[in-house]
Write a protein that binds this ligand. Sequence first.
Ligand SMILES: Nc1nc2c(ncn2[C@@H]2O[C@H](COP(=O)(O)OP(=O)(O)OP(=O)(O)O)[C@@H](O)[C@H]2O)c(=O)[nH]1
Ligand SMILES: [Mg+2]
Length: 179
Amino acid sequence: MGILFAKLMTVFGDREHKVIIVGLDNAGKTTILYQFLTKEAVHTSPTIGSNVEEISVRKTRFLVWDIGGQESLRASWNSYYCNTEIVILVVDSTDRERLTLTKEELHRMLAHEDLQNASVLVLANKQDMKDSMTAAEISQCLTLSSITGHSWHVQACCALTGEGLPASLDWMRSRVLAS
Ligand SMILES: Nc1nc2c(ncn2[C@@H]2O[C@H](COP(=O)(O)OP(=O)(O)OP(=O)(O)O)[C@@H](O)[C@H]2O)c(=O)[nH]1
Ligand SMILES: [Mg+2]
C-alpha cells in the first residue's frame, strides 16, 4: 500500500526527486543547471559550495543540487549523497587529461552506501568545441559498461545551446517514474 501511495504521489507530482550534479571544476555543471531552469546560457563563476533549484518536467519535480567541483570541494561531495535518486556527472568533453581523474571520482562515488539506489546520467558536455570526445569515447574511458549495480545513461550535450538537455530530462523522468 505504501509503495502504491508513493507511486501515485509521484505520478501526481507531489514528491520532489533529489538530483546532484557533480564533476570536475569547469565541466559546465552550473551552466547546465541554469540551462535546465531558464533554457538560456548564463554567465557563471566557479561554484564555492552549491546551488540548488527546483526543476519541473511534466509534473515531475526535481530538486537539483549543483556542487562545486574544485579539488578542495570534492571531499565534501558525500555530504550531499543522502536520498539522492539521480547523479548527473558532467564531463568537459575536451578535457582528455583529467578524464582518468573523473573516472576515479565516479567509481569512488558509486561505491558509497548512500548512492546504492541512485541512477547515473553522464553528460558529455561542450560538444560544440572542436576536438571534443564523443559520448561513446567518454563512456569507454569511464568504463561505464562495468557499472552493474546502477542504472546509467550517457548523453552528449552543449550547455551553451541546450542541445541534448531535454533528452537528459526525459531520461531522468523515466528513471524516477520507473522506480
Ligand atoms: N564551449 C562551451 N563552453 C561551456 C559549455 N558549458 C559550459 N561552458 C563554459 O565552461 C565554463 C565553466 O562552466 P561552469 O558551468 O561554471 O562550470 P562548473 O562545472 O560549474 O565549474 P565549478 O563550479 O568550478 O565546479 C564557463 O565559461 C562556461 O561558459 C559548453 O557546452 N560549451
Ligand atoms: Mg559551478
